[in-house]
Write a protein that binds this ligand. Structure first.
Ligand code: ATP
Ligand code: MG
Length: 574
């Protein structure tokens, strides 16, 4: 993910450079303070007579340095944030694009909640890591190293204090890092789980209420939430043991510096001002080490998040794009050639078994079969929502795997079994099928889909805003908006996956009549539960357990297909 930094290399360099300026000012202050004490107040080199002029003069220099340090600090913050925010923004865009290119099976494997966490919280953690690296880490490291150098230049004997205390502190820090590091991956996993429960509940709130499952879901959320809190507490408790221990060590060090300083002052090795400066330096050094613990916390958490984002970024879409994009001379032909299919991760259990069928251009094919017989699965192989595990699917005599995906999917228009409606206007929902369409085209498609009547009844017509998930529309209205969208796309092959189930028979008949008239050249594949929906199709394919049982027109099937007759009897012969 380092390559994302390339564009922002200047910010990436400027932030630590300005930080260097800020830290240098911090390190200079104790020196000047020592001058004020030793010369301005005590007048050590002037026979004990202080020098007010020197105090004022040095004081002004100190104020100047503080202001300069402040300016450097601000600039460092500005560049660090510019760098990390832009960096995160780019990764977020790429991660989103990658998620869009993944196949259904891959997004299912990640889970929706986890993908949301990765694109939001995980990227924020990585941004924090970056800011800490180019700002926090640089600052602490410089204060630490600079503090030691400055202290030793005052007097080497102060080094003894550092040498005694530092190993203790380093052991504490390593202990903390070793304990807390593994917790961060767990923490993000718990966050995934919480987001999954949250997402399922908000999108399924109607079902939750209908089944009076609020208490059950509240418990489920409670468990996920408690687990997250527990993990977070583990880290924070570790930290709260850590801080007082570090403080004790810090205070002992200060006392030790005073003791060493007092001995040295008596021996004439150092001045009282030097001792004061040394106290400030030892505090700076130890504070830097303490802050390092916090930084390691952010870095560990950011690294865990970075790994999770990388998993998304490097995930190769399992549906690989082909290169074929020429015209074939055939338009709207679909052929299943001995197709078998099993869902990924479901073992060898085939949902479609040795299925062979050719649908001719312009033909209307009905597909009929019991629930779970594999109808939706079969048609999802045409636009390559999944790839076959055996055999071939051909569109216009070319294997679907050879097509450039965008070319293949432009040929196929699917109205899915579950109507996906977006929270925007009805116009935009329909225009999704063809973003360039004008109102006349949209109204024509809506007309064929028998949606015009209800759209015109709405006060705002096409501009009517739809609530999230299409909840402000009835089931049948949602289906008709989705059908309008599919029709508007004007593709060679139009697939309706049980999309007229919520329409009454009269409206459904009008819809198919309109399609036959206005889109006669389009190949239509209509999946239905009701025989009435497909009775007038050129042919009807009857599917049982993923196998083709028969394929002929209604009359022939009534004569020759027992399964079809059974369905007919159960539905129409009362
Ligand atoms: N994403 C999936 N992962 C694993 N198995 C699946 C998946 N989708 C469907 N199945 C299984 O595949 C079989 C066929 O499902 P499919 O949705 O194709 O049936 P269908 O004929 O369209 O049924 P319905 O009439 O109820 O819509 C079912 O047993 C189902 O459980
Ligand atoms: Mg189905």
């Amino acid at each position: 993910m380092i390559r994302y930094l390339k564009k922002y290399w200047l910010f990436f360099i400027l932030a630590p450079l300005f930080m260097l300026g800020e830290v240098s000012m911090d390190l200079l202050q104790p020196r000047l303070m020592a001058v004020i004490v030793d010369e301005g107040v005590l007048g050590l080199s002037n026979g004990g007579t202080g020098d007010m002029g020197l105090v004022i003069h040095t004081g002004i220099r100190m104020v100047g340095l503080v202001l300069f340090g402040c300016f450097c600090g601000i600039m460092s913050g500005v560049f660090a944030n510019l760098c990390s925010q832009n960096y995160g923004n780019d990764i977020r865009k790429d991660a989103f694009q990658k998620i869009m290119s993944l196949s259904f099976e891959q997004t299912d494997r990640f889970s929706t909640g986890s993908l949301i966490t990765r694109v939001t919280n995980d990227i924020t953690q990585v941004q924090n890591l970056l800011t800490q690296c180019i700002r926090g880490f640089v600052r602490t490291f410089l204060l630490f190293a600079g503090g030691i150098v400055c202290m030793l230049t005052l007097d080497m004997s102060f080094g003894a204090v550092v040498a005694c205390v530092l190993p203790l502190i380093v052991i504490c820090v390593i202990f903390f890092i070793a304990k807390s590091n593994p917790v961060f991956t767990v923490l993000q996993d718990k966050l995934d789980r919480l987001n999954n429960v949250m997402q399922e509940n908000v999108s399924g709130i109607r079902v939750v209420k209908a089944y009076v499952k609020e208490a059950y879901e509240k418990d489920r959320f409670g468990v996920a939430n408690d687990e997250l809190t527990g993990t977070q507490l583990d880290v924070l408790l570790l930290l709260s043991y850590m801080t007082p221990i570090m403080n004790i060590l810090l205070n002992i060090s200060v006392v030790a510096v005073i003791k060493v300083g007092a001995v040295q002052v008596e021996a004439g090795g150092v001045t009282p001002g030097d001792v004061m400066a040394a106290i400030t330096y030892i505090s700076q050094i130890l504070n830097a080490v303490m802050r390092m613990t916090m930084i390691f916390q952010t870095v560990s958490r950011g690294a865990a998040s970075g790994r999770r984002i990388k998993e998304v970024l490097v995930c190769e879409p399992s549906i690989k794009d082909g290169s074929f994009e020429e015209e074939t001379g055939v338009k709207g032909k679909v052929e299943f050639r001995d197709v078998s299919f099993a869902y990924p991760g479901m073992g060898t259990e085939n949902v479609i078994e040795h299925f062979s069928l050719t649908i001719q251009p312009g033909e209307t094919l009905g597909i009929l079969g019991a629930t779970g017989s594999g109808k939706s699965t079969l048609v999802s192989l045409i636009p390559r929502f999944y790839d076959v595990t055996g055999g071939q699917v051909l569109v216009d005599d070319v294997d679907v795997r050879e097509y450039k995906l965008s070319v293949l999917r432009a040929k196929v228009s699917v109205a899915l079994q579950k109507s996906e409606i977006f929270s925007t206007s009805i116009r935009e929902n329909i225009a999704w099928g063809d973003p360039d369409a004008d109102d006349a085209h949209i109204l024509r498609a809506a007309g064929a889909a028998q949606a015009l009547e209800f759209i015109e009844d709405k006060k705002d017509g096409l501009a009517t805003q739809v609530a999230q998930g299409g909840h402000s529309l009835s089931g049948g209205q949602k289906q008709r908006v989705a059908i309008s969208r599919a029709i508007l796309k004007n593709a060679e092959i139009l697939i309706f996956d049980d999309t007229t189930s919520a329409l009454d028979l009269k409206t459904e008949a009008k819809l198919y009549g309109a399609l036959r008239e206005a889109y006669a050249g389009t190949t239509r594949i209509i999946i239905a539960q009701r025989i009435a929906s497909v009775k007038n199709a050129d042919r009807i394919a009857v599917i049982e357990n993923g196998r083709l049982v028969a394929c002929a027109d209604h009359g022939q099937l009534m004569e020759s297909c027992a399964v079809y007759r059974d369905i007919y009897d159960s539905q129409l012969k009362k």
